[in-house]
Design a protein around this ligand. Structure first.
Ligand code: THU
Length: 137
């Protein structure tokens, strides 16, 4: 992604954060996922009284996109209220892995009082498990 795309995606992630449903943690997260079609899918975290059904912002964005037929992605921006950049949890890294090319998919981690941090999914989830590991021949 070029700088202008990254800045746009970060702005979309902050806008997505405003919809976070967070009665338990009070910790709002927003994500913006860029599809290869050029469409941006927003996601926020959605918590649950039983706690474990909580869905992270990143997964909300992925599931929205896939449910609308988009299966290939360029990158994702993630934003929270913390001063430091927000790093995606392990479950979300694995969900992104299902639909991303790890070496090229870019994860943009934003923070309020810091510059963003950019890493590939391969850097965040090395030696990952994917559908190719299920091919038993
Ligand atoms: N959360 C996300 O939405 N994304 C992450 O990558 C880390 C955690 C949410 C889940 C929960 O609603 C809150 O942040 C506190 O863990």
């Amino acid at each position: 992604m070029v700088e202008a795309q990254i800045e746009r995606l970060i702005a979309e992630a902050y806008a997505a954060k405003e919809k976070a449903y967070i009665p338990y943690s009070g910790f709002a997260v927003g994500a913006a996922l860029l599809g290869k079609s050029g469409k941006i899918y927003r996601g926020c975290n959605i918590e649950n009284a039983a706690y474990s059904p909580t869905n992270c912002a990143e997964r909300t964005a992925v599931f929205k996109a896939v449910s609308e037929g988009e299966l290939e992605f360029v990158g994702i921006a993630i934003a929270g209220d913390g001063d430091d950049y927000l790093s995606p949890c392990g479950v979300c890294r694995q969900v992104l892995r299902e639909f991303a090319e790890p070496e090229s998919f870019e994860v943009i981690m934003a923070g309020k009082n810091c510059d963003y941090r950019k890493m590939t999914l391969a850097q965040l989830l090395p030696v990952s498990f994917s559908k190719s590991d299920l091919e038993m021949d």
